[in-house]
Design a protein around this ligand. Structure first.
Ligand code: HEM
Length: 505
């Protein structure tokens, strides 16, 4: 959520204060029972706690506040009553013990326009429609057999990347762009089919437009829908939706040219064909199909790509880790010949690097907001129905209480901490919830991990990496930028040189 608009807020305060005051008077006349909300910072009338959130990225500000107010904290974000969870124990309460109460997404302002309802998996309400869509994605994209079947796509795309980087030997390369484009090509071909190889540019553009779509003051007062019109937020979103429609319709039209596949007849049918067949059968509308495509556009490649970007940035700052990772992958390759699924299974150190990267740089530092569907108690505090719940993954996966030991500091990048550890990110270790958890947890762990690991293995195997002239491990810019994924603020630029005679052709 973008809080730069705080200054504008005061314009609306006077209008809203009157309405809210009347509501408060009515409530007190009705004699509402006193609820013990979790503690939180002091609140202004109307704006609530927003003035505490300026400055750094939201997850950092929230951690700072939770150091003072505890692992369950109440904030009033304009009209949205919010609790913030910042410990593994409390996250377990929300994601596991009370998943039946918190396994619902909160409504995000404007998502009905941009995300068609919303009817994409990430934002649609938990229910039969959401289950139906998740099942299609699981059958066509996310299950182990399907992920294995995309191996040739991953290999082809990564070998294009390797050849491209080889041509840049000795010079500075924009590694971020290369990684994002390759991950996007893999996700696009796997989900939409080979026909769409050449539409990767449009998909990257679409992703960028959606991630950069602004939020505004109106989003904090969802009850006052007129604010969306007065502030122009609605107009902006309708315009964005028009652009999204145009790109998605092009892709769908191309897909349908000469496409007479009937669901179930073709084993290798892609996700998009299955979605379109469901539409033909009347199980989905065209808007549902487009919304589902947005799950690929927004989720399908950004998170794996950004984890590879962070992993490379962390490793070039710690050459001993880089060297150890390169030795491992080169050694395994000598005996196995090339990087396959089986080879990746043997790369224990590389897997530890991926985990450590997701720990220090979870792509979603705050899980997509959930909503409390029935008033309940956590840690002795009341969480009223309809409260928005933010889980601060970033605070939890860096918490010294779980991650500092006699050997390692929580804030340090040390893959070794995972070498003899059974902790993983599959949703049962609540101190490591980089893929979320509970029924709304990420369904694409295998799909995303496969993309990230093959990229990392190839970058480490076939190339040596150095910082550009004048940049040292201490001065490498590690600033982060948050849109919907955490990424490096500035692209990762490194000097590459092909390694020995292992280079593939
Ligand atoms: C490194 C890779 C990835 C990470 C770390 C990651 C992380 C996450 C997280 C934290 C959530 C929210 C979970 C929650 O609220 O508990 C999520 C949800 C989701 N992710 Fe991923 N993700 C990754 C890759 C992918 C990929 C490649 C896809 C492919 C489309 C994907 C599709 C989804 C979907 C559809 C949801 C929504 C699930 C729901 O609400 O039912 N993710 N992911």
């Amino acid at each position: 959520m973008d809080f730069k608009f705080i200054n504008l807020a005061f314009f609306f305060c006077s209008i809203l204060s009157l309405i809210t005051l009347m509501k408060l008077i009515l409530r007190s006349l009705r004699g509402g029972r006193e609820q013990k909300l979790p503690p939180g910072p002091w609140k202004l009338p109307i704006m609530g706690s927003i003035h505490h959130l300026g400055g750094s990225e939201l997850h950092r500000r929230l951690r700072k506040l939770s150091e003072k107010y505890g692992p369950l904290m109440h904030l009033q974000l304009g009209g949205i009553s919010t609790v913030v969870v910042s410990s593994a124990e409390t996250a377990k309460e929300v994601l596991n013990t009370k998943d039946h109460i918190f396994g619902q997404r909160a409504h995000l302002a404007g998502s009905e326009i941009v995300f068609y309802g919303p009817s994409n998996i990430v934002l649609s309400p938990t229910g039969d429609y959401w289950k139906f869509l998740r099942k299609i994605f699981s059958q066509q994209l996310f299950n182990a057999a399907r992920v294995r079947s995309f191996q040739s796509i991953r290999e082809e795309e990564v070998s294009i990347l390797v050849n491209c980087l080889s041509a840049e030997a000795g010079s500075e390369v924009n590694l971020t762009d290369q990684i994002v484009t390759t991950a996007c090509r893999i996700a696009t071909r796997s989900a939409l089919g080979d026909k769409h190889k050449n539409q990767v540019e449009s998909i990257l553009l679409l992703c960028d437009m959606i991630l950069k779509s602004p939020h505004g003051i109106a989003d904090l007062f969802p009850c006052h829908t007129w604010l969306q019109s007065v502030t122009g937020a609605r107009r902006g979103r309708v315009e964005l939706r028009r652009k999204i429609d145009s790109i998605l319709e092009n892709i769908i039209t191309d897909h349908q040219v000469g496409d007479d596949i009937i669901a179930g007849e073709e084993e290798e049918e892609c996700l998009l064909s299955v979605l379109l067949n469901s539409k033909r059968r009347g199980d989905l509308t065209m808007d549902n199909v487009k919304a589902a495509m947005l799950d690929i556009v927004v989720e399908g490649f950004e998170a794996p790509a950004r984890s590879v970007e962070w992993a490379m940035a962390e490793m070039v700052r710690k050459p001993e880790i880089l060297r150890r990772a390169q030795e491992e992958v080169r050694q395994v390759l000598k005996t196995k010949g090339n990087i396959t699924n089986a080879t990746l299974e043997e790369l224990k150190y590389l897997k530890a690097i991926f985990k450590e990267t997701l720990r220090l740089h979870p792509p979603s530092p705050l899980l997509a907001p959930r909503e409390c569907t029935q008033t309940c108690e956590i840690n002795g505090y009341t969480i009223p129905k309809t409260t928005q719940v933010l889980i601060n993954v970033w605070a939890i996966t860096r918490d010294p209480h779980y991650w500092t030991s006699s050997l390692y500091e929580a804030e340090e990048f040390v893959p070794e901490r995972f070498m003899n550890s059974s902790i993983d990110f599959r949703g049962s270790h609540f101190e490591f919830i980089s893929f979320g958890g509970g029924k709304r947890g990420c369904p694409a762990i295998l799909f995303g991990t496969a993309i990230a690991e093959i990229l990392l293995a190839n970058l480490l195997c076939y190339f040596d990496w150095e910082l550009p002239f004048g940049v040292t491990p201490e001065t490498l810019d590690m600033a982060e930028l948050m849109d919907s994924t955490s990424k490096k603020k500035n692209n990762l630029i490194l000097v590459t040189s092909p390694h020995g005679n292992l280079i593939c052709t």
